[in-house]
Design a protein around this ligand. Structure first.
Ligand SMILES: [Zn+2]
Length: 160
């Protein structure tokens, strides 16, 4: 049995007039949302980079170029499903995933279980294997000023 580990990191600016979607979950009452070519779901993007990295498949920009109009406004859970399909084709399964979301808002904890369930379903795994943590910037840096959301993810895969 082989095991592989991968990390992912993503950051998106937060701006008014954008739906706030993180980890496939919409935060309907939050006044700003991540800005990007797709729905800019930084949680899904960091997870994509973690699982692609573990499988040696490059990164999200290789698979979904932000110059491609096909991905404009894309639902990042669909992108995650596509990336995970490529990882699965190589015979990898998810052992576990650990995610850290760094932002002043929205408050992640009320939506944490929904987020875990959606990500686990996309990865053919169980919520127990998907851990979501959230922390704040304590007033420092772009996260602390509420200018952006930053996400780190680590994924462990095994081949049996
Ligand atoms: Zn992104």
């Amino acid at each position: 049995m082989a095991m592989r580990i991968g990390q992912g990191w993503d950051r998106h600016r937060l701006a008014p007039g954008r739906p706030c979607v993180l980890g496939g979950v919409t935060f309907p009452d939050f006044p700003v949302g991540p800005v990007g070519h797709s729905d800019a779901d930084a949680v899904c993007h960091a997870i994509i980079d973690a699982v692609l990295g573990a499988a040696g498949l490059g990164d999200i920009g290789d698979m979904f170029p932000d110059t491609d109009p096909a991905f404009a406004g894309a639902d990042s859970r669909d992108l995650l499903a596509t990336a995970w399909g490529a990882v699965r084709e190589l015979g990898w399964y998810l052992v576990n995933l650990d995610v850290v979301i760094i932002c002043e808002g929205p408050a992640i904890s009320p939506m944490r279980e929904e987020m875990r369930a959606k990500i686990a379903a996309t990865l053919g795994s169980t919520a127990a294997a998907v851990n979501i943590k959230a922390t704040r910037g304590e007033g420092m840096g772009p996260e602390g000023r509420g200018e952006c959301v930053t996400v780190q993810a680590v994924a462990l895969l095994e081949d049996a």
